[in-house]
Design a protein around this ligand. Structure first.
Ligand code: EPU
Length: 428
């Protein structure tokens, strides 16, 4: 087991290249199940969630090979093998095997998903969609069993705007008979990316990226080549890091429109950011002013950047109110930031951050992926050394984060944990 150490106070300078989008990748790989010949996906991030999904595709009979960041998936010999246990429990996105296997085989048995603990994360809207398409869904000992004689297109209104449910229903509906309309659909860029892959495979999808998606089912989908979009959350995390400690940082391979809400808030704080076609240049700011943020569905402020942004607010002058309307309990990073001298109170479902304070290095624990990113942001700003455990969460979503930050001039490295530290970590 490893930990990450950060010696804070260094300025960041230079260029960082953003990887392919994790939350697209984890849907694009299962989507390949729907094709009858080879699917090639380029530009994938080398992160543990993607590796696990590749293994799961092999478990059901797919032939998977990697050439750098490109995966070749031959789904032709896949079978409808149940996956009630094992690796499916390691990550949230294994739920996309439900939609994809239901679409292809008209049945699936998938263990209920794992992933970051951000409070309750129901999948009732996914199930509502599968049932509307004609599937019978039962929960048997912690696994969902989906069975359909045939899938028929349907009009499905999502009661909650959900990225996962929108994609999962799309995966099943592309192979249903007739027309499916998803109303109150999520509009995140990752949904457009998955729809683009499915369209290249021959699916007929209109409206991805709006709140009404229309799908005309097809009998067969074929292989294709697809290039993934850049990771807006990784790009946003480096933009926040640059705002915190940057002299002049160029964020490369980014779609600035995907980050408009973050960029607006950073500018409101006093950060200067220049936008290119695929790049952001973050310039140093003398003084940061506090702002309030409220996370919302896209194009609102993304919940996945709330935690790293909270760390940045500790450096800003004034009081900032942070409210997460997507995951009301996504505040596990706050106790750890307090260990580092942050002045933050959680009251009535919001975090109130007072600043500026000089953060101090401390031993802290990442409880989930973006909490881990928040602690790295804090570590970069802190006096002294910050030791972060629980870094397997960080490695689920950030490709080569220590290397990328080292290239920008940060002092950050990994160390093997001692036996005592591992024991302490496991008991904490
Ligand atoms: N929800 C329901 N019922 C459902 C589905 C969702 O009530 O059937 C609720 C959730 O509890 C939540 C809200 O709806 O309050 C939005 O959840 P959504 O389904 O959109 O989230 P998700 O698809 O499970 C994805 C990302 C998350 C990201 C959210 C919100 C993946 C694999 N995960 O999760 O990413 O926070 O959308 O944008 O795509 C991360 O990358 O750190 C991460 C947690």
């Amino acid at each position: 087991m490893h930990k990450i150490l950060v010696e804070g106070g260094r300025s960041l300078n230079g260029k960082v290249r953003v990887s392919g989008a994790k939350n697209s990748a984890v849907a694009l790989l299962p989507a390949a199940i729907l094709a009858d010949s080879k699917v090639i996906i380029e530009g994938l991030p080398q992160i543990s969630d993607v590796g696990i999904l590749g293994d799961l595709l092999e478990e059901i009979g797919g032939t998977v090979s990697w050439k750098g960041q490109t995966i070749h998936i031959d789904p032709s010999k896949m079978v409808d093998m149940p996956l009630p246990n094992g690796k499916v429990k390691k990550l949230r996105a294994s739920y996309y095997f439900m939609g994809a296997m239901l679409g292809r085989f008209k049945q699936a048995a998938i263990g209920l998903p794992g992933g970051c603990h951000l409070g309750p994360r129901p999948i009732d809207q996914h199930i509502k969609g599968f049932e509307a398409l004609g599937a019978r869904v039962t929960n048997e000992q912690g696994a969902l069993y989906l069975r359909a004689d045939e899938l028929r297109g349907a009009r499905i209104y999502l009661d909650v705007v959900s990225v996962g449910a929108t994609i999962n229903i799309m995966l099943a509906a592309v192979k249903a008979k007739g027309k499916t309309i998803i109303e109150n659909a999520a509009k995140e860029p990752e949904i457009i990316d998955v729809a683009t892959l499915l369209t290249s495979m021959g699916a007929k999808i209109k409206g991805a990226g709006t709140d009404v998606i229309r799908i005309e089912g097809c009998e067969n989908l074929s292989g294709c080549t697809h290039t993934i979009i850049p990771d807006r959350i990784e790009a946003g995390t480096y933009t926040i890091m640059a705002a915190a400690q940057g002299e002049k940082v160029l964020i490369d391979n980014v779609i600035p429109q995907h980050l408009e809400s973050l960029l607006a808030k950073l500018r409101e704080m006093g950060v200067t950011i220049e936008e290119g076609d695929e790049q952001l240049l973050v310039l140093p700011s003398k003084r940061l002013k506090s702002v309030d943020i409220k996370t919302l569905v896209h194009p609102g402020f993304p919940t996945d950047l709330q935690q790293p942004f909270t760390s940045l607010l500790t450096k800003a002058e004034g009081t900032g109110l942070v409210t997460d309307t997507i995951y009301q309990a996504r505040f596990k990073h706050i106790d750890e930031l307090r260990r580092m001298n942050a002045q933050i109170k959680v009251e009535g479902g919001s975090a109130i951050v007072s600043g500026p304070v000089q953060l101090e290095g401390a031993k802290v624990k990442a409880s989930d992926l973006r909490a881990g990113a928040a602690l790295i942001v804090a570590g970069l700003m802190a006096d002294g050394i910050t030791e972060i455990t629980g870094i397997e969460h960080i490695d689920r979503g950030y490709e080569q984060i220590t290397e990328k930050l080292t290239n920008l001039g940060a002092k950050i490295w990994r160390e093997e944990m001692s036996k005592d530290e591992v024991e302490q970590f496991q008991n904490s």
